[in-house]
Design a protein around this ligand. Structure first.
Ligand code: SF4
Ligand code: SF4
Length: 134
C-alpha cells in the first residue's frame, strides 16, 4: 500500500524499518489509537502515533534520539487495538535493535555496578543488560 510518497533516502529508511520489524508501517493512518492505549505514555518524549509518523517519513534519526522505544514495555495493547493490524511493539523492537546495532546502548555496564543497584535481583540486571546494551 503506497500511501506516502517520499524522497529516495527517506523511503529507503522507512523500508529498512519495515524489513526489520516485519510490519507494514506505511499502512498507519495516524488515528492515534496506539497513543491512547499506551500505559507508559506519560514517560515517553515522543507519542507512539508521532513515532510511527516519523518512521513513515524515514526520519529515523529523530526516532532513535527518542527515549520512547526504550520506555515501551512490549505490553502489546497498541498492537491488538491498531485498526490497521500493525504490531507496533515490533516496530519499537526494531527501533531498539537499530540503535543497539549502532552500538548506542541505553545502559552502560558501569551503571550496573553502581551501589544503587546492589539490592536489585540478578534477573533484573540480566534483563536490563540484554535489553539495553549493544
Ligand atoms: S493505532 Fe495503528 S493506525 Fe492508528 S496511529 Fe497507531 S499505528 Fe497508526
Ligand atoms: S507495546 Fe509499547 S508502545 Fe505499545 S502500548 Fe505497550 S508500552 Fe505502549
Amino acid at each position: 500500500m503506497g500511501v506516502i510518497n517520499l524522497a529516495d533516502g527517506s523511503q529507503a529508511d522507512c523500508e529498512r524499518a519495515e524489513t526489520l520489524s516485519g510490519e507494514k508501517i506505511v499502512a498507519c493512518k495516524q488515528c492515534g489509537t496506539c497513543t491512547a492505549s499506551c500505559p507508559n505514555i506519560q514517560d515517553m518524549d515522543l507519542p507512539v502515533r508521532e513515532l510511527m509518523h516519523l518512521v513513515q517519513l524515514g526520519r529515523l534519526d529523530e526516532v532513535l534520539a527518542s527515549r520512547t522505544p526504550w520506555v515501551c514495555s512490549s505490553c502489546l495493547q497498541c498492537s491488538v487495538r491498531c485498526p490497521r493490524g500493525i504490531d507496533i511493539a515490533r516496530v519499537m523492537e526494531a527501533m531498539r535493535a537499530m540503535q543497539l546495532r549502532a552500538r548506542k546502548g541505553r545502559l552502560s555496564p558501569a551503571e550496573v555496578v553502581d551501589p544503587a543497584c546492589a539490592d536489585a535481583p540478578p534477573i533484573l540486571l540480566v534483563s536490563a543488560m540484554r535489553k539495553l546494551t549493544g
